[in-house]
Write a protein that binds this ligand. Structure first.
Ligand code: PMP
Length: 300
């Protein structure tokens, strides 16, 4: 892993309303969030000093918290401002922002009605989720046995810590076998997403197909790319997609705040080339997030 450990860095972290030195942003071992996954988070990126779709991310953080049965004890504006402040205080112009909210230590057990809701926001420079070389020729995915759960099994649309248990298992399994990430099917056996990004495929018909997000995160990047494709006049089809249909796919790419638009060159034994639609979406997304020359101040 590149860089220093995440608990041993210079800078400050916004923690329950105050900026605290990075190394002092600690919590107690007996925190409900750690034991029972009562934790929700966001992943945001700043480009040229501006956080892309900040309000949408903050709204999703509040939605995720409510889905897990708790309220963030700040306003949307306060969280937006705190996200921006972590960038300025840490001198970050291009980087990643990680807000997280969790239940504290006041109760230990399944019931957690009286726990304090804690909120922290960290930010750090983070150029690329997948290595630049892998991104150029397309990353390699391996289908995992772990399935995205049904919407009546878990709160599937929350960005909640508990939902990442099978993602880490799947990604480790893929990495151990020389792949970059895992492809996850859902409880019905349909293609769902990668472990931290949504999936799109260009089929033989030249149209862009993507699974309906009825049991996984409807990514902010996913929705952005759907708009960008629409502006290019590319037809988008949201539908149930079975793994065998990958035989008819000509291009595949992933979308996510961290992953941005990342082409896929291989899924299990099947290989794909990085085609025009993938390249256009990478370029269009890059231009959009960088605000096409818009100044950070006017966009904030
Ligand atoms: N699916 C999962 C499981 C994720 O963790 C992410 C990253 N937040 C996404 C999809 C993509 O979401 P977004 O585009 O909002 O970052």
């Amino acid at each position: 892993m590149a860089g220093p450990s995440f608990d041993d860095r210079d800078g400050v972290i916004w923690y329950n309303g105050e900026m605290v030195p990075w190394r002092d942003a600690n919590l107690h071992i007996l925190s409900h969030g750690l034991h029972y996954a009562s934790s929700v988070f966001e992943g945001e990126r700043a480009y040229n000093g501006r956080i892309f779709k900040l309000r949408e991310h903050t709204e999703r953080l509040f939605y995720s918290a409510r889905t897990l049965g708790f309220e963030i004890p700040y306003s949307l504006d306060e969280i937006d401002e705190a996200c921006k402040a972590t960038l300025t205080e840490n001198d970050i112009v291009d980087g990643y922002i990680r807000p997280v909210a969790w239940r504290g230590s006041e109760m230990m057990g399944v019931s957690a009605q009286e726990t304090r809701i804690n909120v922290a926001i960290a930010s750090w420079p983070w150029p690329s989720y997948f290595s630049p070389e892998a991104r150029m020729k397309g990353i390699k995915l391996r289908t995992t046995k772990w399935r995205r759960p049904a919407p009546d099994t878990e709160p599937v649309h929350a960005k909640a810590a508990g939902l990442y248990m099978i993602c880490t298992l799947s990604k480790h399994e893929a990495e151990d076998l020389g792949f970059d990430d895992a492809l996850m099917l859902d409880y019905r056996g349909q293609i769902a997403e990668a472990t931290g990004a949504n999936i799109f495929m260009v089929m033989g018909d030249g149209k862009l197909h993507t699974p309906i997000s009825d049991c996984f995160l409807d990514g902010i990047t996913r929705r952005t790319v759907i708009d960008l494709a629409d502006k290019r006049g590319i037809e988008i089809i949201e539908r149930a997609i079975l793994p065998d249909e990958l035989d008819n796919a000509t291009e595949i790419f992933l979308t996510g705040t961290a992953a941005e638009v990342t082409p896929v060159g291989q899924i299990d034994e099947r290989t794909f080339t990085v085609g025009d639609i993938s390249r256009w979406m990478m370029e269009d997304y890059d231009q959009l997030v960088r605000g096409e020359g818009e100044s950070a101040a006017s966009a904030a």
